[in-house]
Design a protein. Structure first.
Length: 284
């Protein structure tokens, strides 16, 4: 059950972090979220890993470095995806990433779960879809639906990135993976900067909302650290399935912090997600 508690803690961190990040988006656009996030990863990941593990990490072979680079490039889509629309909706669509990761793990890792665990994951994903599905008023105005393709793009890229990260962790361990992901991601940030000309303006580093963003980014990185540690102890399909509980936490925090509203349909979706979480957790 070690993987379960690591994953649940990661989801809790992500739920609160994404609300804080969303709160600061009008001051810190996705480009700068990526830049700050990757810079902070050196502080949140590298220095603690050097202290904890000492020399218990190694330089990955070139093919693993390529995998880490591809994972980093895919992860850079995340902040662009959740910047669109209401975070309790867009973030929940992004949380459909387990479908991609589980499909890839079946195809390439031959991971099989118990029928009850598949049912639990189905409940989690179904709940996420119910929470995310827009109301009739939104559906009548197609202009308000631009967040949907971004949400799906986020789900595909995060799902594929997590699969690649699992391959890397299996090859070199979580500490080595995070060490080199942090270094490589800062290089990818430079490429992101060359592409996103619109958001290159330097934000006010003393603005109050910047502190919300920084706090959210640090908590997000702590969640990723716990998430990668969970890969050591549990099957990829299970870790990924349980991690998608984070939208339930995110919606609850969004209600309190961003004053977003919650419908009875979304409450039912959250209940389905929590039920699936319990089934997967206790069923393993």
């Amino acid at each position: 059950m070690t993987w379960f508690f690591f994953t649940l803690a990661a989801a809790l961190c992500w739920g609160f972090a994404q609300v804080q990040i969303k709160k600061g988006f009008d001051h810190l656009p996705p480009l700068w979220n990526n830049i700050f996030n990757n810079g902070l990863s050196l502080l949140v990941w590298v220095f603690p890993i050097l202290f904890i593990s000492g020399s218990a990490f190694r330089v990955p072979p070139w093919e693993v470095l390529l995998i880490i680079f591809c994972a980093s490039a895919l992860y850079h889509i995340f902040f662009y995806a959740i910047s669109r629309g209401q975070i309790s909706l867009t973030g929940t669509v992004v949380a459909g990433y387990p479908l991609i990761t589980i499909a890839l793990s079946h195809l390439f890792l031959a991971e099989l779960l118990r029928p009850l665990q598949y049912f639990g994951i189905a409940c989690i994903l179904a709940g996420s879809v119910v929470v995310a599905f827009p109301e009739k008023a939104v559906l009548r105005n197609p202009g308000d639906l631009s967040w949907i393709p971004w949400g799906f793009a986020g789900a595909v890229t995060i799902g594929a990135g997590d699969f690649l990260s699992k391959l890397s962790i299996d090859a070199v361990g979580p500490f080595s993976h995070m060490m080199f992901l942090a270094f490589i991601s800062n290089g990818v940030s430079l490429f992101n900067y060359t592409l996103d000309r619109k958001n290159r303006y330097v934000p006010d580093i003393f603005h109050q909302k910047l502190f919300n963003s920084i706090g959210g980014l640090i908590l997000n990185l702590v969640g990723v650290f716990l998430f990668y540690m969970a890969f050591q102890y549990g099957k990829l399909s299970l870790v990924i399935g349980v991690s998608s509980i984070y939208p339930a936490f995110m919606v609850i925090f969004a209600l309190k912090i961003l004053k977003e509203t919650l419908t009875s349909k979304q409450i039912a979706g959250i209940a389905s997600t929590i039920t699936g979480l319990l089934i997967v957790g206790f069923g393993s």
